[in-house]
Design a protein around this ligand. Structure first.
Ligand SMILES: [Mg+2]
Length: 285
């Protein structure tokens, strides 16, 4: 039996699972194409709003993965939803993030204040980017200290890149939290909201009786990611099975004793695979 056969649908992380930096991980495109051919719904759930959902979808399609824009959910999507729910249309915010992230906010009607106007901010919206500097730290932390709601797309301290782990949004959030004395609300994994949006994208929802599809039938859905604390633990808390991608894990079937192994933070993944391609490999029970 293949691991993929145990599930009716999948939520899949992008960074560290589908690609590393700009490079697709070996076997990922073939596996995602095979899953699409099987008719089982797949949505991509990422804490990274460095690009918008349509931009992420376009990157996937350019790589050969068949996917619709609506099947990509980012922590930017959920951050925008939270800001509009909480403050109504046109909230005034101090924001930090990539150019694409800031455009996603303004396209949603969120008003991006100049740094000097930090005292007018209703919220501080944080997503990591390589241009983060002292001026941004100052404006974001002073606004948060003055009472603006501090919101971040994630608290992952690092992000996987081809040459190692780069500082991620969590490291930048930690600086703002330290400077402001406030704690950030997280809109990405491991919080429930982004998993709910991911399930919605594949036509499923989580309820008391478990996960069901549009037809009301029970669905088995797996969250597949490379972070035990956010992808696996968060997915499990949202009612999904959590599959950890750990490149150091042995290939499928080679060492079943490592199945169900506990990770450093106490999370127990339902399965551990070395790469996405292992989903389609025959394995022992
Ligand atoms: Mg990841």
């Amino acid at each position: 039996m293949r691991l993929a056969d145990r599930y009716d649908g999948f939520l899949i992380d992008l960074d560290g699972v589908v690609w590393l930096g700009h490079d697709f991980i070996d076997g990922a495109v073939e596996t995602l194409t095979a899953l699409a051919d099987s008719g089982k719904p797949v949505a991509f759930v990422t804490n990274s709003p460095r690009q918008s959902p349509p931009e992420h979808a376009e990157t996937l399609r350019r790589g050969g993965v068949p996917v619709e824009d609506s099947r990509v959910v980012t922590a930017g999507t959920t951050m925008i939803a939270l800001a509009l729910e909480r403050f109504g249309p046109g909230p005034e915010v101090i924001a930090t993030g990539t150019e694409s992230f800031l455009k996603q906010l303004s396209d949603a009607g969120i008003v991006l204040l100049d740094h000097a106007a930090w005292d007018r901010a209703e919220a501080v919206l944080v997503s990591g980017h390589s241009g983060f500097d002292y001026g941004e730290l100052k404006a974001t932390s002073m606004a948060a200290r003055a009472g603006a709601l501090l919101v971040a797309t994630g608290h992952d301290p690092t992000m996987p890149m081809p040459d190692g782990l780069w500082p991620g949004t969590g490291s930048i959030l930690a600086a703002i939290e330290t400077a402001s004395g406030q704690r950030g609300v997280i809109t990405g994994k491991p919080e429930a909201r982004i998993f709910e949006k991911g399930l919605e994208a594949i036509g499923a929802s989580a309820g008391e009786g478990g996960i069901t599809g549009v037809d009301g039938k029970a669905m088995r859905v797996a969250m597949i990611g490379d972070r035990a604390d956010t992808d696996v633990a968060g997915g499990q808390a949202a009612g999904l099975d959590g599959i950890l991608v750990d490149a150091s894990a042995p290939p499928a079937g080679a060492a079943p004793s490592l199945e169900q192994g506990e990770t450093g933070d106490g999370t127990i993944p339902d399965h551990v695979i070395a790469s996405l391609a292992d989903l389609l490999e025959p394995r022992g029970q």
